[in-house]
Design a protein around this ligand. Sequence first.
Ligand SMILES: Nc1ncnc2c1ncn2[C@@H]1O[C@H](COP(=O)(O)OP(=O)(O)O)[C@@H](O)[C@H]1O
Ligand SMILES: [Mg+2]
Length: 241
Amino acid sequence: MNTAGTHAPRAGGLFVTATDTGVGKTFIACSIARNWRALGLTVAPRKPVESGCPLRDGQRFPEDAARLAEAAGLPPERLPEVNRYRLAEPLAPDLAARLEGRPLFLRDLVAASARPADAWRITEGAGGFYSPLCEDGLNADLAEALGDPVLLVAEDRLGTLSGCLLALEALDRRGLKVLAVVLNRRRTDAHPAMDNRAELIRRSGLPVLGIKEGTPAAELDQMLSASSSSIVSPPVPGSTG
Ligand SMILES: Nc1ncnc2c1ncn2[C@@H]1O[C@H](COP(=O)(O)OP(=O)(O)O)[C@@H](O)[C@H]1O
Ligand SMILES: [Mg+2]
């Protein structure tokens, strides 16, 4: 089914999206960035717009972008490469930007996510796959415009299968390749018979990684590096084209 896109730029990046906000996109993206760095790759993290930025030394400070920059080994002065738009209100970015009187458009976010030729880009949007990002786009539209394969993050709880399957159907409709799903934050008191991971593997055929609540960063890095190589290895261009 993907044969029409064999020459499409599958390589060069990963877009991290989610079923919802606060489910671990930054947490997982940082681990992937550290893993890529450990493989000797130049990593270009992108969080083109961040809302809810607190004031630090009189300026808005993008905390997600700073975490991503650190994970990628970038010095603080390179933070503007990671994040161009820093918004005050903890709202969806389109609304936060409108409140500041400077509405954002998809072309602004695409430009702010530009990928250096020699680097592996890891992009985090804001919120879930269908969360609004700008006046004329959702996270899905930025993902589609960038064209990188996608990692879907979801919380591992009762009800998550519906959110995952809806997101996977939406990703498929937009022709985006999904590398894997990460089911994050499985609680220790989860029902022992609930196995979202097995269900999702069975119903989607995708690699699915499960991560427990409270997993330390170093352990997460190891889990990702030991997991299906499609999650952590950068999507290498097909050797035969
Ligand atoms: N498996 C986990 N174990 C412990 N803390 C986690 C885990 N996943 C996420 N967190 C923490 O939960 C919060 C929300 O995660 P974050 O990655 O910021 O979500 P998102 O980027 O999707 O909004 C952060 O403080 C993050 O460090
Ligand atoms: Mg985040």
